[in-house]
Design a protein around this ligand. Structure first.
Ligand SMILES: C[S@@+](CC[C@H](N)C(=O)[O-])C[C@H]1O[C@@H](n2cnc3c(N)ncnc32)[C@H](O)[C@@H]1O
Length: 204
């Protein structure tokens, strides 16, 4: 499976890697994503912290299921208490707790640099994201370079994977109109018995 890999470094100069991202607009700006890319998809926010992408998208009228993955139980609890549209799942970036080919969009905001220390971690990250992405799904990582994170480590590892897996490579800007979105399916996710009904806006 070939993954369109979208990695960004451009807005990196203006942010503190340890600050929480401030809502949907900042996520879209960091990842240079149009909000429509989430419509009708299962998305995964890797290392979501307290971010509640699912509710933010619902407020914009976007129908999406967001799986918020974080290793830290406390931040996930914060999501639950606010009756979130993000399904909080405690998990590790090293081994994603979902079935194969079940996710349409993966974003990782400021989380990869906190965890991946070398090329083998990045390699592992690509293996896992590749496994869970459905055909035609998207992977967007932010940042790939900043003052606490060596972009060169990322780029070397990503380049190696690109060669091995036929990933298109790291692109600095993307014309989204040229990318093909595959039809939305919940089949794989349903196998895991996630409480989808209560989290999909407008399905009550
Ligand atoms: C700087 S915070 C960013 C949170 C959020 N994405 C944002 O942009 O506001 C990094 C998050 O990644 C999580 N994290 C770090 N390493 C992780 C790992 N190996 N597996 C899962 N989550 C991880 C941390 O618990 C933390 O919540």
């Amino acid at each position: 499976m070939s993954i369109p890999l979208l990695s960004r470094s451009s807005p990196a100069a203006n942010f503190n890697a340890f600050n929480e991202t401030n809502g949907l607009d900042q996520i879209l700006e960091y990842h240079e994503l149009p909000v429509d890319v989430f419509e009708g998809r299962v998305a995964m926010d890797l290392g979501c912290g307290q971010s509640d992408l699912g509710s933010d998208l619902a407020l914009r009228g976007i129908h999406a299921v967001v799986l918020g993955i974080d290793m830290n139980r406390n931040t996930l609890k914060a999501n639950r208490q606010s009756e979130s549209n993000t399904i909080p799942i405690q998990g590790n970036l090293a081994s994603l707790p979902v079935v194969d080919e079940s996710v349409g969009v993966i974003i990782a905001t400021k989380s990869l640099p906190m965890w991946a220390k070398d090329a083998s971690d990045i390699d592992n990250f690509f293996s896992e994201t590749k496994r869970v992405l459905e055909l035609g799904g998207f992977l967007s990582i932010f940042p790939i370079e900043n003052d606490i994170w060596s972009g060169s480590v990322f780029k070397r590892a990503a380049k190696k994977r690109a060669v091995e897996d036929g990933i298109r490579g790291i692109v600095e800007s993307t014309d989204w109109t040229t990318l093909t979105l595959t039809p939305f399916t919940l089949t794989a996710i349903k196998k895991k018995n996630y409480p989808l009904k209560s989290y999909i806006p407008g399905t009550d």
